[in-house]
Design a protein around this ligand. Structure first.
Ligand code: ARG
Ligand code: ZN
Length: 881
């Protein structure tokens, strides 16, 4: 790798802090432009550290008002200020002392949305990963745990609500129309879990009794008048609390749990102790304004943040390299929760689609990094799908390897052994080893080796000896792994599917460790012999997607078709169907590029027809099957020399063909499907809507009946149907009068609802073809667009660059230039979101030559910009390395 400018932080450089902070007393005197923060730190020099060792505190864009040790002001030669903080070199001989620091900050000017900032006139904080240093000078690292007491003072009228972590211990009125509140959090915590909210919001309240009898007050704060729209979030919270007690034995540990919803937020939500702060799109929902996907997201994210109370807060991370310790595990927990609340196979398919859409390209490109990275220059750029989603897959593999019971014992041990710790991945792995006796040394490579492993598979049936042989070879190609790649431990769930569709038995196996239905691949190559297999089987591999790998089985279309019909694992059935479809789509793309006619195979159409008509299958599952791989999926499979226009044309033609072939059944099914009225957001009803709306898209493809979509739109009594119909109109008939009318009706109906308007922006950003850029540019200049609101930026620019392959990758390269200009503009406001935006170009090398040349030119010109943030520079340098 090329050396990067700026200083990289290395895992191997970790050392414990010379100083601890036993206790923090914070006092905020809130003011829109000039907030005063007084911090009194009870400091302790760590054992073995030399007297007078300099104390270096982090700080970022702070104005120092005063600093004193043991009540004596420090003279100017007692400390040194820099852009990153303060170094104090005149320290008392005592190993304990108090440090009192006063800083002045400007929340209104804080557009980075890290530290203390303003949102809709309220005050709010975001401190993970390194935002606390934008509030006061501090040892802002996750292994410094301290007990916080926080006094907040503000104007009684404009900020009637004064919230922080823990319990409220005092409050009252002050002179000059001001008031105060004091919050005490008894649980020692790192600064990244600190939160403050002050403002004027309404509240939805409920209660929860923990299984040991603790009465917990639950409060969700939202804009006045929107309290009823927090009901689903509250319901999700209560179900999460109960689930975590039942499944993990984790009980809540304070008397109050609060959630605050804000409209300006860099990420999804934040697990601050006792006071979660949420992007309001993951709190607010009602049938009129939220889609089924919104409901599912709310349920998942409420659970995720709540689950962090144990996996993240009670046990936190030693350093930011260990981020996956809390995120991978907590994602795994929220996935399991959603699977329990909804349909497990449908949930698993959605997870795998997401993993392939986001994590696989990351792992295959220049931004690849191990689940536990070893270096970073900007930690915010490592809140990635590799850390989160692949991190979750790794936890799932632990469970596959040690079994349900072993997993439970290991987690119990983890909670018991590390409660109150700032822990590491090694600690976590050790719990699995100690609780189960398993040797996980090789398995732990999953944390260290970037890239998606590949399995090449060959099979052979020896009729005479009733022996079935499976040859498996693993390999790992990665753009960032240098030096030797070591073979990994890959758990492959499998079945030998007989001609009748049932799994066949075998009498013995050699060549690999096979336990139950799992083959443990550990060597570069295995030749596995199953003895006593009475009939020739078709092997079903990677059932439930038991490992995040790619797999190339040498098999005929007929075998895929067989598995798509008969595999008893629903995930594997879907997978076989997708593989079959993918082959077709690749062939069709090739045909388009070489000017040949595109043909869809009768076999694929027949299977889709069977699935469509099979009422024993869940509607949600049928909808997933009918959607076929996306343009991005196809691009990823093709891998190089990508022409997004050819992919689009090929995919459209195949879908058109299928829709025409199945039209009568599509229409009959569409007419027959009746989602419950009034609207219920449960998984079953959502599945019915999903199937019905997928079918709508196919019918409009086959018939061009725009009227039908327009009717679907105007008859809708919920946002799922309305937004799906609007997508069908906009994406399939962008120039139709009905589309213009629907877009305008939608805009007029929801102009005052930003969360819904984000959908309006996103749908238009995804209209395919050459005209997309002008449309997006136009929208970015409209009054309702704002560069300061992350949700709006993501809805328009993010949807365009990630969700519109033909529009964004226009052959003349203007899409790339637009994104780079947008990134430059946003970088001056919010570097974190800007850096995220430009990752849309990480796969530029895979494009066909003309496009990749344009992409390179645009990226280079962005890199040459004078004042780039560390965030954007880091992404650019790695993308171009
Ligand atoms: N811990 C949060 C979550 O998992 C994510 C916060 C990340 N924020 C950031 N600025 N990097 O939900
Ligand atoms: Zn998280």
């Amino acid at each position: 790798m090329r050396t990067q400018t700026g200083t990289a932080i290395l895992l191997e450089d970790y050392r414990p802090s010379d100083y601890q902070i036993d206790k923090v007393d914070l006092a905020f005197s809130l003011d829109a432009q000039e907030t005063l923060v007084t911090s009194i730190l009870s400091m302790r020099r760590a054992e073995g550290v030399a007297e007078g060792a300099p104390l270096v505190l982090h700080g970022d864009e702070l104005e120092l008002v005063s600093i004193a040790i043991n009540d004596t002001a420090l003279s100017e030669d007692g400390y040194e200020l820099s852009a990153d903080g303060i170094s104090i070199n005149k320290l008392p001989a005592n190993d304990v002392f108090t440090l009192k620091i006063v800083t002045r900050i400007n929340p209104t000017a804080n557009k980075k949305l890290m530290g203390l900032y303003r949102t809709s006139g309220n005050f709010c904080t975001q401190c993970e990963a390194e935002g606390f240093r934008r509030i006061t000078y501090y040892l802002d690292r996750p292994d410094i745990l301290s007990v916080f007491t926080v006094r907040i003072e503000g104007d009684s009228k404009t900020v009637p609500l004064l919230l922080s972590n823990g319990n409220c211990t005092d409050k009252g009125a002050l002179e000059n129309g001001r008031h105060f509140a004091v919050w005490h959090d008894p649980h020692p915590k790192p600064a990244y879990l600190f939160a403050l909210f002050a403002g004027d919001l309404g509240v939805l309240k409920d209660r929860f009794k923990t299984r040991s009898g603790r009465d917990v007050t639950l409060e969700i704060y939202v804009e006045h008048g929107k309290e009823p729209r927090a009901a689903y979030a509250m319901d999700s919270l209560i179900r999460s609390m109960k689930w975590d007690e039942e499944v993990y034995g984790c009980e809540y540990d304070l008397d109050i749990f609060m959630i605050v919803a804000v409209s300006d937020f860099n990420m999804g939500a934040m697990e601050n102790k006792g006071l979660n702060v949420f992007n309001d799109k993951y709190v607010l929902a009602d049938p009129e304004t939220a889609t089924d996907q919104d409901y599912a997201n709310i349920e998942a994210i409420i659970a995720h943040e709540y689950f962090h109370n144990w996996t993240g807060n009670r046990i936190t991370c030693r350093d930011w390299f260990q981020l996956c310790l809390k995120e991978g595990l907590t994602v795994y927990r929220d996935h399991s929760f959603s699977a329990d609340m909804r349909s497990a196979p449908v949930k698993r398919i959605a997870e795998v689609r997401g993993l392939r859409a986001h994590q696989f390209p990351e792992d295959a490109g220049p931004l690849a990094h191990p689940v536990r990275p070893r270096r970073y220059s900007e930690i915010n750029n490592f809140y990635t799908s590799t850390v989160y989603e692949k991190g979750s897959e790794v936890v799932g593999m632990f469970k596959t390897i040690v079994g349900e019971e072993g997993y439970k014992r290991a987690l119990d041990l983890y909670f018991e052994r590390h409660d109150g710790d700032a822990a590491t991945i090694e600690d976590f792995i050790k719990c699995f080893e100690d609780a189960t006796g398993a040797d996980l040394k090789q398995f732990s490579l999953w944390y260290d080796q970037a890239g998606t492993p590949n399995l090449a598979i060959e099979t052979n049936y020896d009729e005479a000896h009733k022996r079935f042989t499976v040859n498996i070879a693993q390999s790992l190609k990665s753009s960032v792994v240098t030096g030797d790649v070591e073979p990994m431990h890959i758990p492959v769930r499998f079945g030998l599917v007989g001609p009748q569709g049932n799994d066949l038995a075998y009498s013995g196996v050699t060549g690999a460790d096979v336990t139950g239905d799992v083959i443990h691949v550990r060597e570069p190559k295995h030749s596995i012999h199953f003895e006593g297999v009475e009939q020739e089987p078709v092997i079903s591999l990677l059932r439930g997607f038991s490992a995040p790998v790619t797999i190339i089985p040498e098999r005929a279309d007929s075998e895929l078709a067989f598995l798509a019909r008969h595999d008893n694992d629903e995930f594997a059935r879907w997978e076989a169907l997708s593989s079959l479809a993918m082959r077709q789509l690749r062939q069709a793309t090739h045909d388009v590029e070489s000017g040949k006619a595109v043909k869809s195979s009768p076999e694929l159409t027949t299977i889709l027809y069977e699935i469509l008509s099979d009422e024993t299958l869940e509607p949600a599952y049928r909808a997933l099957c009918l959607s076929l791989p996306s343009e991005a999926d196809i691009a990823r499979e093709i891998g190089s020399d990508i022409n997004p226009d050819a992919i689009y044309t090929a995919r459209s033609q195949i879908l058109d063909d299928i829709a025409k072939e199945c039209l009568a059944t599509l229409q009959a099914t569409y007419a027959k499907l009746n989602p419950a009225k009034p609207f219920v957001p449960d998984a079953t009803s959502a599945g019915i809507r999903s199937l019905r709306n997928t079918i709508l898209g196919l019918i409009v493809r086959a018939t061009g009946d725009v009227e039908l979509a327009a009717k679907h739109f105007s008859n809708a009594d919920n946002m799922t149907d309305r937004a799906d119909a609007l997508s069908v109109l906009a994406l399939q008939a962008p120039d139709a009068e009905e589309t213009a009318l629907a877009l305008e009706t939608f805009r007029a109906g929801y102009a005052d609802n930003p969360i819904v308007m984000d959908k309006w922006f996103a749908i238009q950003a995804m209209i395919p073809g050459g005209g997309a850029l002008e449309r997006v540019e136009q929208l970015s200049k409209s009054d309702s667009f704002s560069w300061e609101n992350p949700n709006r930026v993501r809805a328009l620019i993010g949807s365009f660059s990630v969700g519109n392959p033909t529009g964004f990758n226009r052959a003349d390269g203007v899409g790339y230039r637009f994104l780079c200009d947008a990134t430059a503009r946003l970088d001056d406001i919010n570097p974190q979101v800007a850096a995220r935006l430009i990752t849309a170009m990480r796969s530029w090398r895979n494009l066909e030559k003309k496009r990749s040349d344009f992409a390179l030119e645009a990226l280079k010109s962005l890199l040459s910009k004078e004042k780039l943030s560390r965030d954007v520079r880091d992404i650019l340098e790695r993308t171009l390395a």
